[in-house]
Design a protein around this ligand. Sequence first.
Ligand code: BDR
Ligand code: CA
Length: 327
Amino acid sequence: MPKVIIDCDPGIDDVLALLLAAASPELEIVGITTVSGNVPADMGAGNARKALAQAGRLDIPVYIGEMVPLKGKYVDAMDTHGSDGLGESFLPEIPGVFPEKSAVDFLEEELEKEEISIIALGPLTNLARLFLKRPELVDRVSRLVSMGGNFKSHGNCSPVAEYNYWCDPKAARICYQMFADAGKKIEMAGLDVTRKIVLTPNLLSYMERLDPKTGAFVRKVTGFYMDFHWEYEGIIGCVINDPLAVAYFLDPSLCSGIERYVEVETEGICRGQTVVDSMNFWKKEPNSLVLTETDAGRFMRFFLTRILRKEDGTRWAKEELSCLEQL
Ligand code: BDR
Ligand code: CA
């Protein structure tokens, strides 16, 4: 069973990703760490616990991480995710206290013990802090799947930048450079693939029919996000980036890509842009597997089957299966 730490900034799509991870029996989630991104890291930790409560997995510990980026002013994404980070659903806080240990200390201690994979769904601040402090621990990361960046796709918070890397470009730059130094590759699940993953009102209705409890939760947290997508992108539905990173971690055949050298710009109008050396101008060893293609229908079947807990043992009704066939 692969051991994994999920570093995230919940965030509506982060919470959907946590539901998917929590419902995946082949994953051993050692812990969840939060970072300031969509919302401040402490608010994100509360939201992570709301997702875990929904999934019946409050046994998984949540560690609060870095409150500000490595450099510059922190800019949240509450315009996209709501003032509570969960689409202004204002779900009640889950009682309990957070461990004293910081996210960075937790990551350090766990990686010291053994090799672990990391799925990063927010800015890379925690990871950059860890690797700056303990560069040798890069080698202990079995796989790093990072939702962030973009290659041919346009940005989602500037013409050229994706939010997670734009929020803390220095952290992203450091992680890619340190993976290059260690001869390792970050698996970059950027907007080229995640943009294809749209949760539509129809799918939401299927979810409510198939599993009213999960469907109601997803409706509560995604309404605000859907309004945002209509207003700014003219999309009926919402792009759910983060669950694809988890699904791809579990089943790499869901995406394919190219191995290339990637550098992250930190300043000016290109702040946060992932510069992918697709034509090998720099003659550098690839430090990334840049995901460029995905099968959105297959992802959606995988995602729904898991979070609606229709896995083995439960016989799907004919009508339920035919809903998924349409994807
Ligand atoms: C990423 O930024 C956040 O808004 C989402 O949670 C996702 O991780 C997409 O750019
Ligand atoms: Ca996120």
